[in-house]
Ligand binder design. Structure first.
Ligand SMILES: Cc1cc2nc3c(=O)[nH]c(=O)nc-3n(C[C@H](O)[C@H](O)[C@H](O)COP(=O)(O)OP(=O)(O)OC[C@H]3O[C@@H](n4cnc5c(N)ncnc54)[C@H](O)[C@@H]3O)c2cc1C
Length: 378
């Protein structure tokens, strides 16, 4: 495909870029689109989990689903059940192969392997300068590139290290948060996440919410020590590893004139949870619909109330990391499960939000935020 007179340039062909391209590729009359990404090959680099509160086109790629999820603190264990919204897990390699095949087969959608280094955003279009020196012109742009920046207070980093483990005695229950592994709350809020997807295999992930970010290598060491203790030396095998660092924060860039920002760094990730996959799918539906109608692309919409609630919650976690297990336990015990799932997934109704707010001790949370917002008294 020639890159003259492009309708759309997508910067970044990861989850968000390929989710949008996949929708467009289902239509003969798709806009003339170029995806720019430096990646040469697509590997099984991540596992996406979350609740499919709204339908998405990758249902056949789901590796496993769980209706029951357990949360452990040192004081108690709570299991929540949802028949309506099973927690699901997709491996990136299946998503990549499905989306890349659809893109390859479409005459109006192409990929280019390069870094976008500069974006000129005008009312009448966008010019992207690539590392190779080439420039690309398009009517609209969708920018999904990561934009790592230092985080302002009260936001935190989410760092994690995961290992797909093969062993005998794999637990058969999904554990969303196991805070019993935490040994130093001041270093960060640590918990273990365990998703068994075969009788002898599970994804184990050590996660930390904290600031500054922790090297995932440190967390990988903690996870390996845990696995050694749990299964014994030689009693487990690592089948695959993944690491990540996500900003639990609002987007650092806003939509422009002809370019919208989206993806994990562009408002599609729920700041208080780090969940992005299903929100990206909802955004991709909306954005593709607009483009197919000849309208400008839609940017991610984090909502109006949720970012404020996230700020209050994160502020409290940042000030009282030792109370995190208690807050999550109260939430799991007191909120109605389906309402909580919609809330965590970023699509709550007003009643869902009120129900979740009702479940938490908001008075200390709000007091904590006010203390942070008010000038210190001397
Ligand atoms: C290991 C891991 C596990 C995760 N697990 C979950 C989960 O269970 N559930 C969940 O909801 N979310 C999860 N996330 C968070 C989120 O869903 C993913 O990060 C998701 O991939 C975000 O999509 P994205 O398109 O914003 O970013 P990416 O998928 O990372 O895509 C961004 C793309 O931009 C490209 N790029 C970078 N620089 C440039 C440049 N200069 N020019 C052009 N392209 C560029 C990159 O090569 C990349 O392909 C996880 C993240 C990681 C890293």
């Amino acid at each position: 495909m020639s890159t003259d007179a492009l309708d759309l340039v997508i910067l970044g062909g990861g989850c968000a870029g390929l989710s949008l391209a996949y929708r467009l590729a289902q239509h003969q009359g798709a806009p003339r689109t170029l995806i720019i990404d430096p990646r040469g090959d697509y590997t099984n680099d991540r596992t996406w989990c979350g609740w499919p509160v709204t339908a998405h086109p990758f249902q056949d790629d789901v590796r496993a689903r769980w209706h029951d999820l357990t949360l452990h603190t040192r004081e108690a264990s709570t299991t929540v059940k949802s028949r309506r919204y099973p927690y699901e897990m997709l491996e990136a390699e299946r998503f990549y192969s499905r989306t890349l095949a659809a893109v390859e087969a479409h005459p109006s959608i192409a990929r280019m392997q390069d870094h976008a280094v500069d974006v000129e955003d005008r009312e009448d279009g966008v010019t992207v300068t690539l590392e190779s020196g080439e420039t690309i012109q398009a009517r609209f742009g969708v920018d999904t590139r990561p934009h790592p920046k230092p985080l302002a207070s009260p936001w935190l980093w989410q760092d994690f290290a995961g290992i797909n483990v093969q062993a005998d005695n794999i637990p058969q229950h999904a554990e969303l948060m196991d805070f019993r592994v935490s040994d130093d709350p001041q270093a960060g809020i640590d918990f273990l996440y365990v998703l068994p997807y075969a009788p002898d295999q599970a994804l184990f992930e050590w996660t930390r919410f904290g600031r500054p970010p922790t090297s995932p290598i440190t967390l990988q060491g903690k996870l390996e020590n845990y696995l050694e203790t749990r299964f014994g030396t030689g009693g487990w095998q690592a089948l695959r590893r993944e690491t990540g660092t996500l900003p639990m924060a609002p987007p650092t860039r806003a939509n422009g004139l002809s370019v919208v920002v989206t993806g994990a760094y562009g408002g599609a990730m729920r700041a208080a949870t780090g969940y992005a996959f299903h929100a990206i799918q909802r955004w991709a539906d909306e954005c593709a619909d607009a483009l197919l109608k000849g309208q400008p692309p839609a940017g991610a919409r984090p909502g109006r109330i949720l970012p404020h609630l996230d700020r209050i919650f994160m502020s409290t976690l940042a000030r009282h990391p030792e109370r995190a297990p208690e807050f999550y336990r109260i939430l799991f015990e007191n909120a109605s499960t389906d309402r909580l799932i919609r809330f965590l997934s970023g699509v709550p109704s007003v009643r869902d939000t009120l129900s979740v707010m009702n479940a938490l001790p908001w008075a200390p949370l709000i007091a904590s935020t006010l203390r942070q917002a008010l000038p210190e008294r001397t």
